[in-house]
Design a protein around this ligand. Structure first.
Ligand code: GLU
Ligand code: MG
Length: 454
């Protein structure tokens, strides 16, 4: 009933605003935003019945190869069912709206190949424990110009400089506007480290919405740069081999559904982080090798994960330590309860945010269920710790290659159970095929092939 009323409202809006095309979008296993577009004349019925999609579409890997996966062959159809809560008008294109969708069986039941459904299951699992997960992606990206021989960064300026802010201001203002008109709350826009590199932080929301918003963010950044300015935007993890990488740092906190309080907050502890927060950190660290295959999921992700690049290369955590995989972000005075949160640095813009968040929730809650204690936090860049400190902080390397991370995921029963049988099989097969193709063609080819995919 509630959905029917929302649908009616959206159909009326489409009519009133003379929207012509409505995009039914989803994020595939490779982290690519895809979908089909419905004409407004069909929308009143198509908003609830959805459109058809071959199961094989989710077996297409990052390099557009159709990978053989049983259960995702070009036989049989699922439905792309848009979520009305995600409806926004896309400001950089004419008379067009977009919605994010679930991929469901024809009878409306869950399909094992739908990444958004994986996150919904993880959210339900947390909700059964009285927990709501809040999250936000803080995303870095490059603006670039197309040139013969490959893209080059658009405008150079010192990091965090006002000159950089000025040079990028027209594009950044437009991106921010286009986010804002879609109801996305922009908190900060930063002229980042690399030439042409920018960052925009958006306000946290519940985990499902955070993932949907991140995808809207990606489309908005890329679309605004391309359509309005003829520029490229790259959310790839390492778009320039000698430049600084780009993260999509994942901030999160757990809230009590009953009391609406942040469960990571303990006013009595000098660090302000609660016991539950510590358990959650320990769970994430415990599953980090496998989780990495979901949060830094692509072949090119591993070009970013280098020491001293503030991206995290070790299984480590620390208070405001930007070189650790997990950072406890210090709370703000007067807003301590709301603002204390954890940040996963080992996350980038090539991720499927539904899978990344699902994996993170399951890993952390496992730490809570097992009352795991994290080792000592790192108080310096882990590499500069003494050997004794390294032992106390249990500093270990993360999987150092794409294949190693995929192997760790395959061995992680908690994560593969969370993904489900079909998703696990399809994910490993498509990612391994991506790896084989990238190795065959080389790093430079892989970089250019994915430069503005995300
Ligand atoms: N660019 C770094 C990364 O790849 C992060 C820098 C920062 O902390 O802002 O994650
Ligand atoms: Mg940054």
């Amino acid at each position: 009933m509630k959905d029917e009323a929302i649908n009616k409202g959206i159909v009326a809006k489409v009519e009133a605003l003379d929207i012509r095309l409505i995009r039914y979008l989803y994020c595939d296993l490779a982290g690519v935003i895809r979908g089909k577009t419905v004409h407004a004349s069909q929308f009143p019925k198509k908003i609830s019945e959805g459109v058809g999609l071959t199961r094989a579409q989710n077996a297409v890997n990052l390099f557009e190869e159709l990978v053989p996966v049983e259960g995702m062959e070009p036989v049989g159809e699922v439905r792309i069912i848009p979520d009305p809560e995600t409806f926004t008008i896309l400001p950089w294109v004419d008379r067009t709206a977009g919605m994010f969708s679930d991929l469901l069986e024809q009878d409306g039941s869950e399909w094992g190949g739908c990444t958004r459904s994986v996150l919904k299951r993880a959210i339900d699992f947390a909700a059964k424990q009285g927990i709501e997960v809040m999250a936000a992606f803080e995303t870095e990206f490059y603006l670039a110009e197309e040139r013969e021989g490959g893209p080059i960064p658009w405008k150079d300026a010192p990091v965090y400089s006002s000159s950089g802010m000025d040079r990028a201001s027209e594009v950044m203002n437009s991106i921010v506007d286009n986010l804002t008109t879609q109801g996305i709350i922009v908190e900060q826009a930063i002229n980042e480290y690399g030439p042409g590199q920018q960052e925009i932080a958006i306000k946290y929301d519940n985990a499902l919405r955070a993932a949907d918003l991140h995808l809207k963010f990606r489309d908005t950044v890329r679309g605004t740069a391309e359509v309005e300015f003829g520029l490229l935007a790259s959310l790839a993890p390492k778009p320039f081999p000698n430049g600084v990488g780009s993260g999509a740092h994942l901030h999160f906190s757990l809230w009590s559904i009953e009391n609406k309080t942040n469960l990571f907050y303990n006013p009595k502890d000098p660090t302000k982080l609660s016991e539950l927060g510590l358990n959650f950190v320990a769970g994430v660290l415990d599953h980090l090798p496998g989780l990495l295959a979901l949060t830094c999921p692509s072949y090119v992700s591993h070009h970013r994960l280098k020491p001293h690049s503030w991206a995290g290369t070790t299984i480590s955590w620390g208070y405001d330590n930007r070189e650790c995989a997990v950072r406890v972000a210090s709370p703000f005075n007067g807003r301590e309860m709301e603002s204390i949160n954890l940040e996963l640095k080992t996350c980038d813009g090539s991720t499927n945010p539904y899978l990344a968040l699902a994996g993170l929730i399951l890993a952390g809650l496992d730490g809570v269920a097992r009352k795991l204690k994290p080792p000592l936090p790192a108080h310096r860049d882990p590499e500069y710790l003494t050997n004794e400190e390294k032992t106390l902080c249990q500093i270990r390397p993360l999987p150092s290659s794409h294949l190693e991370a995929l192997e760790a995921l395959e061995k992680d029963v908690l994560l593969t159970n969370g993904l489900g049988e079909l998703m696990t099989r399809a994910y490993l097969a498509t990612r391994r095929a991506e790896n084989a193709k990238a190795k065959l063609e080389g790093d430079e080819w892989a970089r250019l092939a994915t430069f503005s995919t995300f």
